[in-house]
Ligand binder design. Structure first.
Ligand code: PNW
Length: 490
């Protein structure tokens, strides 16, 4: 009798895993302890911008329930926690000459200490979309390159100085594509600028997103330069950027659609990854945009190229790509989940842009590793279960579509490491908690923990149990590693 060869999932002993969140989506307490307003406070209060008028005033109340959240993380057995610092808690007015708020520093300082006491390594995002409102009003925020780069670098340096003795993993920016396109192109995220006059009184979707993207890259790069020169020699941490990007598959074998899939990747990923890792914008973007694409000076380029110690990757799905349409933010490519034979690519999530497709995740990991040749940190990956919001708590914690999603995705990570030789060093499912899902408000839940908003009680879902067990069972020590394991510094 032939016994089937059972391949046990194996992850390196020093593999980092944990859950991810972002300040504005969980903290609430928006006018407590001297916090300044962010563009999301203002945007979410304007009528019609978020589903059911949801805003960040309470969210999951994590600003107050922080010890409970850390206890929850501990109960899940995570090694690390990815969270973001709210710029407007550290510098309420945002700018380099504006006062620093000691209460904001104290809050995150206590938070980091409590994580470390529990053996959880902080993985910190400096900018997860909550630009201080004042900087937007004062000079146009991300549209004003000189000012925003100087102010962002100052804010980052305050964080390195205050927290860098204890934080060894920094992410400068979360998903610049979303900042630029959703905030200044489609106008569906703060600050809601767009050429669509039904949506926005001002804005120019043909120019502003590319200008904003350029500023974000430069702010990231100059913050990394400051870290490497002034802090890294003593603090010895790693720093990088995290980009969103989903795998792209040609709709069929026609040459136009094969090319379309590459164009989709060029704009979704290459827009930021090519300058940061390779030192130039993708050629296709230069062709598509001409002089609407800003140009780096030689001096800037020297700072931008090589400005990330790792590849930070947020990914959720895979798109089938058809050439055509005029959506420049997708590389003039149309996305669909319906194959030519009418079947669906995977299981549909609650939000329309997401279907489960683990093979695509594995392919994307391979593509990124081959193209950019750096260790990959998966800093977000997750699933919104259909209509979870309208289920009872007992039903909602039975989130089997999410379990299937994570079963597939974790298997893809293992296969990419073990069979394909991709250097993946971290995996952070999104998200620790159901939370404020931006324009989709509270109706779309991405948490592995159910949050009952009226009581703010937390209930672990099946997906949390699945992931805890997966990582507990499967981290083994027999894969040789090329780098020193990261250490938790007390
Ligand atoms: C990411 N899309 O956002 C963010 O980093 C999180 O804050 C967010 O909660 C999470 O993914 C789930 O949405 C995205 O339209 C928002 O393709 C929109 C898209 C992708 C990512």
């Amino acid at each position: 009798m032939i016994t089937p060869h059972v391949v046990r999932a194996k992850l390196p002993k020093d593999f980092i895993w944990g859950f991810a969140t972002a300040a504005f989506q969980i903290e609430g307490s928006t006018d407590i302890d001297g916090r300044g307003k962010s563009i999301w406070d203002d945007f979410s209060r304007q009528p019609g911008k978020t589903l059911d008028g949801g805003n960040g005033d309470v969210a999951t109340n994590s600003y107050k329930l922080w010890k409970e959240d850390i206890a929850l993380l501990k109960s899940y057995g995570v090694k690390s926690y990815r969270f973001s610092i709210a710029w407007s808690r550290i510098i309420p007015l945002g700018g380099r000459n504006d006062p620093i708020n000691p209460k904001g520093i104290e809050y995150y300082s206590n938070f980091i200490d409590e994580l470390l006491r529990n053996g959880i390594m902080p993985f910190v995002t400096l900018y997860h979309w909550d630009l201080p409102q004042n900087l937007h009003e004062r000079y146009g925020g991300w549209l004003n390159k000189e000012e925003i780069v100087a102010d962002y670098v100052h804010y980052a340096k305050v964080c390195f100085r205050e927290f860098g003795g204890r934080v060894k993993h920094w992410l400068t920016m979360n998903e610049p594509w979303c900042v630029a396109v959703l905030g200044y192109g489609r106008g569906v995220f703060a600050p809601g600028r767009s050429s669509d006059r039904l949506r926005s009184p001002e804005g120019d979707s043909s120019t502003e997103p590319w200008i904003v993207g350029h500023s974000v890259i430069l702010a990231h790069a100059y913050a990394v330069k400051a870290y490497r020169e002034e802090f890294k020699p003593t603090q010895r941490g790693q720093i990088g950027i995290t980009l969103n990007g989903d795998w792209a598959i040609p709709y069929d074998n026609s040459p136009a659609n094969v090319e379309a899939a590459q164009h989709a990747l060029d704009v979704a990923i290459g827009w930021f990854a090519d300058p940061v890792y390779l030192g130039h914008y993708p050629e296709f973007m230069q062709e598509m945009l001409g002089d609407r694409l800003p140009v780096f000076t030689t001096e800037e380029l020297a700072v931008v190229k090589g400005s990330s110690d790792f590849y930070g990757m947020n990914t959720y799905t895979t798109n089938l790509c058809k050439a055509g349409g005029d959506d420049e933010f997708q590389g003039r490519v149309e996305y669909t989940f319906t194959r030519p034979d009418g079947t669906q690519l995977g299981t549909q999530a609650h939000c329309k842009w997401l279907q489960t497709y683990p093979q695509g995740f594995r392919a994307l990991l391979n593509y990124l590793y081959k193209r950019y040749r750096l260790p990959i940190y998966v800093t977000e990956n997750g699933f919104a279960v259909k209509d979870e919001n309208s289920k009872t708590i007992e039903q909602a914690v039975q989130d089997f579509d999410r379990v299937e999603y994570f079963r597939g995705m974790t298997a893809a990570v293992v296969a990419a490491i073990v069979e394909d030789g991709v250097d993946i060093q971290a995996y952070f499912p999104w998200s620790l908690l159901d939370n404020f899902e931006w324009a989709d408000g509270y109706d779309t839940r991405f948490g592995v923990t159910y949050v009952d908003y009226p009581t703010q009680k937390r209930y672990p879902k099946e997906s949390a149990k699945f992931l805890s067990k997966f990582f507990k069972d499967n981290i083994v020590s027999d894969i040789p590693r090329s780098r020193e394991p990261p250490t938790v510094q007390q």
